[in-house]
Design a binder for this molecule. Structure first.
Ligand code: LAN
Length: 649
């Protein structure tokens, strides 16, 4: 079983040592790029257009709508409206079955006036919604003193980098020139009522489908204040726009024009396009890079990925799974070398070697020694990616010639330490910069927890594990005891009443519990620790009669366990691995999970494609297509090791 899984993993490895895979799922991304292509007159050729349409067709729901993500259990006004516009721009006529069903759903559930704010924003750029109907996004905020609690540099980097080009585009009220297609779409969407709409009355209108984070009293107050300010003579507009542009261009340069994610990559290009001749060089550099990095032609059409790729992250887990298989005696070191040596080169070559230029000025944390989620080109190191990267580099140290130099291992440890929050935990990209109260000003409506980079169970666990390894490798060199103790306390405090831990970046309690238990054990908790016992008891309660585990993606949105429909290989692997690591006394539970994984494996060693299991900001699922290739192999290897250590009878 594990040997076959090894063959499959080997077959999927790319020459550069990583495992490229589909990272699609969110449905608001592609329409934004299509809108840009339309405005910039760079529409794709016929073959690609057909693949793009195929993707929308594949995810269109039976009620005609498009959900926030490809497997959403209900439609969203935000993505249905954007999807409709995209399909029309891609050439489908309004009387095509797909567009007409979409439009019927939109009208049956309201109108674009109820789309979530990022949807309205995108429509504004196309002249399909009026800027007056949007809550102002004042670029002047960037001129506030840095110490102000409202300064945008306090936001989570993803929110910050999205609201940055949005502020420029709002500040200039940029609109694409009108044309016959856009006029037709406008009439279809609003059934000919566009000229009569009282735009200001709809600033905060939102359809129930898009209202995950209903507006709070503080948000309504801030919105009113911004609206009042927008009416004043705007003496600071020019310097504010200049400041935004400086930051946008720095982000482009620091990321080789990839930008931190697909949303700001598209919006930054909108900015450059609307800058006219001044921005043309910036636009022309970004456009082809985006295409290569973010578009993925998958089993369900041509889609836009949520990140430029997931290669470092996947490689780090694949390496650990391979090492576990070797440790279990199921894959020989020689066989493993044929895969690990290349993966190690990828790991080494994608560590970030330098801080970004003028980091402080542009609100960037240090970078040297970090690892990104995707590749070095992308340029943003992440806490847990750095931790997983460092764990792998240490585990493979001395095995291949492609060394990660010790001073870079040390830089990585220092970076991890510099990221720890005051509460003992670790966030995603930066130390927490703003108060949690800022979340009450979240204007996105459809996403939760986007405003502040707070500590997360997964990130904390990964960083703890890495620091424990670093303590062994560099005895006495770093002050690690206190950071580890504080990290452990953060994890303990995060445990829920029912014994589980909530995950934030994959579905959901299975994932969070796997990380938390692993982190606690790595830091020295014993298998008899009460927290560990409570966590395994929670998992055992969720096991299905066939031995598998399965948790529905809605668990993240609703923040409680929801059963999935069928056993899920990645989730079963996380649960099994947790039970094994915790030395669970219920051997038969583990054996049944292992057996289920074996039965589920295909003859080529792979596991079948399964429901999406990645998530962000509570509501949006995203595909981690490689999870099914290495997590089951990893968990089975650990289970076999345990069996060898202490045979069951
Ligand atoms: C990611 C991808 C990687 C992921 C892990 C490293 C797995 C996680 O442990 C920490 C969080 C992180 C870095 C993460 C955060 C949110 C991202 C960047 C994404 C899920 C990929 C896409 C998503 C991004 C926010 C999508 C764009 C949407 C916005 C709301 C800005």
């Amino acid at each position: 079983m594990v040997s076959k899984a090894f063959d499959n993993l080997k077959a999927l490895q790319a020459e550069r040592g990583s495992w490229p895979s589909d990272y699609g799922g969110p449905m608001f991304l592609l329409p934004m790029w299509v809108a840009l292509a339309w405005v910039a007159r760079r529409m794709p050729d016929a073959a690609r257009t057909a693949r793009l349409i195929a993707h929308f067709t594949a995810v269109q729901r039976s009620d005609g709508s498009i959900g926030l993500h490809a497997e959403a259990t209900s439609g969203s006004m935000f993505t249905s409206v954007l999807g409709y516009v995209a399909l029309r721009l891609l050439g489908l006529p309004p009387d095509d079955a797909r567009t007409s069903r979409l439009l019927a759903w939109i009208h049956a559930n309201g109108s674009p006036l109820g789309a979530a704010s990022w949807g309205k924003f995108t429509l504004c750029l196309l002249g399909l919604y009026d800027w007056r109907g949007l809550v102002p996004l004042l670029p002047e905020l960037w001129l506030l003193p840095r110490a102000s609690p409202f300064h945008p540099s306090r936001l989570w980097c993803h929110a910050r980098m999205v609201y940055l080009p949005m502020a420029w585009l709002y500040g200039t009220k940029s609109i694409a020139p009108d044309d016959a297609t856009l006029t037709a779409i406008r009439n279809e969407l609003y059934r000919g009522t566009y000229a009569e709409i009282d735009w200001e009355a709809h600033r905060e209108t939102v359809a129930p489908s898009d209202d995950y984070r209903p507006s709070s009293a503080p948000l309504r107050t801030v919105n009113r204040m911004q609206s009042a300010l927008e009416r004043f003579p705007r003496l600071l507009r020019r310097p504010a726009l200049d400041e935004c542009l400086t930051l946008i261009r720095h982000e482009d340069a620091a990321t080789n024009d990839l930008d931190i994610g697909p949303v700001n990559a598209v919006l930054n290009m909108f900015v450059h396009w609307f800058r006219g001749a001044d921005g043309r060089a910036d636009f022309d550099r970004g456009w082809p890079k985006f295409d290569e990095a973010y578009l993925w032609d998958g089993h369900d059409g041509l889609k836009m990925q949520g990140y430029n790729n997931a290669e470092l992250w996947d490689s780090a887990f694949a390496i650990q799974a391979l090492l576990a298989a070797e440790h279990a005696g199921l894959v020989s070191p020689q066989r493993n070398d044929s895969v690990l040596a290349k993966a190690h080169v990828f790991l080494r070559d994608n560590q970030i070697l330098e801080d970004v230029p003028e980091a402080e000025r542009h609100y960037r944390h240090r970078s040297r020694g970090g690892w990104p989620f995707s590749n070095r080109m992308h340029g943003w190191p992440i806490t847990d990616c750095t931790a997983e990267g460092l764990k792998c580099a240490l585990a493979l140290e001395g095995r291949y010639d492609s060394e990660v130099p010790p001073e870079l291992l040390r830089a990585s440890v220092e970076l991890l330490l510099s990221w720890q929050n005051d509460d003992g935990g670790w966030g995603t990209y930066e130390r927490q910069r703003g108060g949690r109260w800022l979340e009450s000003l979240n204007p996105s409506q459809v996403f939760g927890d986007i405003m502040v980079d707070t500590s997360y169970v997964e990130c904390t666990s990964a960083c703890l594990q890495a620091l424990v390894h670093a303590r062994r490798r560099f005895p006495g060199e770093f002050e690690l005891e206190a950071p580890i103790t504080r990290g452990v306390q953060f994890l303990r405090d995060a445990q829920r009443e029912d014994g589980s831990f909530e995950g934030s970046w994959a579905v959901c309690f299975t994932y969070g519990t796997w990380f938390a238990v692993t982190g606690l054990l790595a830091a020295g908790a014993s298998a008899n620790d009460r927290a560990i016992r409570r966590a395994t008891a929670f998992l055992l309660e969720q096991q299905r009669s066939d031995g598998s585990f399965s948790e529905h993606g809605d668990s993240c949105r609703l923040r409680r366990w929801i059963d999935g429909e069928h056993g899920h290989a990645a989730q079963t692997a996380w649960a099994l691995s947790t039970l094994v690591r915790a030395r669970c006394e219920d051997r038969s539970a583990m054996a049944r999970a292992a057996q289920w994984l074996c039965q589920r494996q295909a003859s080529d060693g792979s596991w079948p494609r399964e429901p999406m299991v990645g998530v962000f900001n509570k509501t949006c699922l995203i595909t981690y297509d490689c999870y099914r290739h290495y997590f089951p192999m990893w968990a089975l290897s650990e289970f076999m090791t345990l069996e060898h250590e202490a045979p069951s009878s």
